[in-house]
Design a binder for this molecule. Structure first.
Ligand SMILES: [Zn+2]
Length: 180
């Protein structure tokens, strides 16, 4: 995704989370850091006009439009380890981690590059006592968020595979990507 290009992540049917990673296309050791994003924006949430930051604290993507307003910067991607630990699932189960691993391999990036994603449409509420509650996404059919690249990027997006909680309202659907 060249500098200045915008990616629109669309939820065509509603209530579907999309995990999102980004890397500097020239030097992938610079990557999207949800920690730096939380730190620089001084918030666990992100709004139109704010940036997602890299681990080098450089603005990486700017939020240019958002019809939902509830996303997550806290949770790791779902993975075989997570399904085993939290749901006792030991057999095969699709996951964001495995989807990222497969897609990033085409760019010479291995699974050590999979950090905490920007979890688009994931509706995590933070209570005063620090307790986290994952609620159903607020996204309705056709809702989207749009992100502008501040420099040349590699981005990876996956529709989340969790059907065991309210993360995707109990059933998984598609995610649509447009770049322009
Ligand atoms: Zn997932």
């Amino acid at each position: 995704m060249p500098k200045g290009r915008k990616v629109r992540v669309i939820d065509p049917k509603g209530k579907q989370v999309a995990d999102f990673l980004a890397f500097n296309a020239v030097e992938p050791r610079e990557f999207l850091s949800t920690g730096a994003t939380i730190d620089n924006n001084g918030s666990l949430y992100i709004k139109v006009g704010q940036h997602l930051y890299s681990n080098l604290y450089r603005p990486m993507l700017r939020v240019t439009a958002d019809t939902v307003g509830a996303h997550d910067l806290l949770h790791p991607p779902c993975s075989p380890a997570m399904y085993r630990c939290q749901y006792g699932i030991t057999g095969p189960h699709p996951s964001c981690h495995e989807n990222f691993k497969k897609a990033l391999a085409e760019y010479g990036l291995d699974e050590s590059c999979i950090w905490t994603p920007f979890n688009i449409f994931m509706n995590t509420r933070v209570h005063e006592d620090g307790r986290l509650e994952i609620k159903e996404p607020l996204s309705r059919a056709g809702d989207y968020i749009e992100l502008e690249a501040m420099f040349d990027l590699i981005v990876a997006v996956t529709a989340c595979s969790v059907e065991e909680s309210s993360c995707n309202a109990g059933r998984c659907g598609p995610i649509k990507i447009e770049i322009y």
